[in-house]
Ligand binder design. Sequence first.
Ligand code: OGA
Ligand code: MN
Length: 295
Amino acid sequence: MAMDIKQVGPAFAGEVTGIDLRLPLDAKQVVFVEAGMDEFAVLVFRNQPITDAQQLEFSNNFGQIESSEGGNPTSKLHNRRLRVDMADVSNLNEKQEVFERFDRRRLFNLGNRLWHSDSAFRATPAKYSLLSARHVPKNGPNTEYADMRAAYDALEGWMKEEVEDLICEHSLMHSRGALGFTDFSNEELETMKPVLQALVRTHPANRRKSLFLASHAGSILDWPVAEARIFLRDLIEHATQPQFVYAHRWAVNDLVMWDNRQTMHRVRGFRGEEQHRDVRRTTIAGDGPTTRQRA
Ligand code: OGA
Ligand code: MN
């Protein structure tokens, strides 16, 4: 079957057909997917019943797989369900049971309902994320994606100048703090030190500019905190208007792949949280920091 990509929803989301993710990809297929990512930024692959090993092998085609360590400081070696090179964004504990309401891992994961870009809290933020739906409830939550290139393009000229050289501080502390989840041990806090990120990024392949926003961003260098927070809040509101958003409705065995350098995403809440939602993410590390870090 020939490889193809068809636009689904707004211009930045495409559905790929003609590739079986269970099999090793040849060079042509890898180039096809990468070119598709550069053009679209979100790609959907349907009916891909893959194992963890197959997901890792497919992900390996696109760069270095990021360790999920530190991505959820409440998740420790003894209570992890998945290997460390996979991020567990399910609602399940290590016994494959739905989290108790007050489980800290659940509370921490609620942060995924805020708009974000994966690993923006790391000095080198993520390139791609690949999320495989192994089991999803019938009326489970959508995951929404926002096109940060279109959002940048739609800024007025004076605003483009205003944001051009701004540097933000990002930390998991800020996104979780926004939800009132501040109950962290000193050891956990140690892993959540803020990093610096450029607010405007240029994509290395398509040279388009995008807003690099996330709920982890809590301040702007040299700005009063209150002014930075309302400015960032307004920008996120701008960037997530319906015309910039694709909502993915999950079916079992979907794999969605997105470029964190050009998009933000969030998962929505859902009724029936007692149902298993098993979604597993592999993450491709970025090439390097978006700006110089503090010494
Ligand atoms: C993620 C994430 C969304 C979801 O995997 O990075 O934010 O659908 N999860 O659970
Ligand atoms: Mn995420």
